[in-house]
Design a protein around this ligand. Structure first.
Ligand code: AQP
Length: 351
């Protein structure tokens, strides 16, 4: 079975973007894949070092995974810091990757933005290297993420490729890896080339206040996002207040061009109802937002209310959540250590 890995940071409330870009896909992929889903707590330190509510945040992301329908007995659910092999491989990747590769990442540019180098953690720059380690320490091949993570996954491929080329002779000598061709060059590869799973009608959910900005936990306006923990009144209010233009919905997808807010709301409707945007427009084309928005409210509330309710129930039982994480951590460590033993051999560390 293909091996799927993905993670979510325990930094603030989960929103509809996290749900559609990541968690809903995680659930669907369980059927035909071997899945490892991680609460990436080490990543949470990159933008802000001290979190007063770190344990609650870790438990709440875990509760969201379980509430959405991830089965921790068939797959692995754990928190990153429980498997120190992630950080070990990340160090090696820090030495494989080049500083220039990291500095070109748009997430780094956005998050370091106006700050000077004295105010930005080295971890924020090295974030994609840890992300590559998260995935490759299991030699996972498929990674469901939102469109905002596409660039980081390209970097993961670059890191894997450079490791495979730099250590090609060592990989062969250790009796590991497989022969592949990269471009025209034959390479003896240890790490696979990961495939991002970004498809779907709404790979990047945009802010409800500005259709050109992604929906984000760190947007100061709570009206910009639907939180998984919002009650139905709050969800309804935010959708009713969502920015739109004055025109009716078009009947063809092409008509959404240049209308980012309309495009976003139609995309959300399509993703939540497992339809294409064309199918949604077949139903609502020619209608005003005064008709479409109430239908969207009903869909959002009926899709998220069960997850929301189950999350609240699970959050009342932290003992159960911690047991799931401990068990997942144990199983993840066994797999990660198998890779790290081989990686140490490839590099030539005496063990
Ligand atoms: N707007 C989005 N649309 C689609 N997918 C999204 N994801 C995040 N925002 C959107 C996906 O959610 C997964 C988990 O994200 P994360 O917790 O690792 O952190 P993030 O991407 O930094 O989340 P935010 O909300 O955008 O936080 P800030 O405000 O800190 O930047 C990932 O698969 C991501 O693609």
């Amino acid at each position: 079975k293909p091996l799927v890995f993905s993670g979510v940071q325990p930094t603030g409330n989960l929103h509809l973007g996290n749900y559609l870009g990541a968690i809903k896909k995680f659930v669907a992929l369980q059927e035909n894949n071997d899945c490892i889903y991680c609460v990436v707590d080490l990543h949470a330190l990159t933008a802000q070092l001290v979190h007063e509510d770190m344990p609650a945040q870790i438990r709440s992301i875990t509760a969201a995974f379980l509430a959405a329908g991830i089965d921790p007995s068939k797959h692995i659910v754990f928190n990153q810091s429980a498997v120190p092999q992630h950080a070990e491989l990340a160090w090696i990747f820090n030495c494989v990757a080049r500083i220039g590769w990291m500095e070109r990442m748009t997430q780094f540019k956005d998050k370091s933005g106006s700050k000077n180098a004295e105010q930005v953690s080295l971890g924020l720059l090295a974030y994609p290297s840890l992300m590559a380690a998260d995935i490759l320490v299991y030699r996972a091949t498929h990674v469901p993420v939102g469109d905002d993570q596409k660039q980081h996954l390209e970097l993961t491929r670059d890191i894997a490729q450079k490791f495979n080329i730099d250590f090609g002779g060592h990989i062969r000598k250790a009796g590991l890896g497989v022969d592949v061709t990269v471009g025209d060059e034959p390479v003896h590869a240890y790490f696979p080339m990961v495939e991002p799973l970004i498809d779907g009608p709404a790979p990047r959910i945009m802010s409800l206040r500005d259709g050109t900005k992604k929906m984000s936990k760190s947007d100061p306006s709570d009206l910009s996002r639907i939180n998984l923990m919002d009650d139905s009144d709050a969800m309804s209010k935010k959708i009713r207040k969502a920015k739109t233009d004055p025109d009716a919905l078009p009947s063809e997808v092409e008509g959404l061009k240049g209308r980012p807010e309309a495009d976003n709301l139609v995309g959300i409707f399509a993703a939540l109802s497992d339809k294409t945007k064309a199918e949604v427009l077949r139903e609502f084309g020619g209608q005003q937002f005064s008709v479409f928005k109430p239908a969207l409210v009903e869909l959002v509330v009926s899709s998220l209310a069960p997850v929301n309710g189950e999350m609240r129930r699970l959050m009342d039982d932290p003992g159960y959540i911690d047991a799931v994480l401990r068990d997942g951590g144990k199983r993840a460590r066994v797999r990660a250590e198998k890779t790290m033993k081989e990686v140490r051999d490839i590099i030539g560390f005496v063990q």
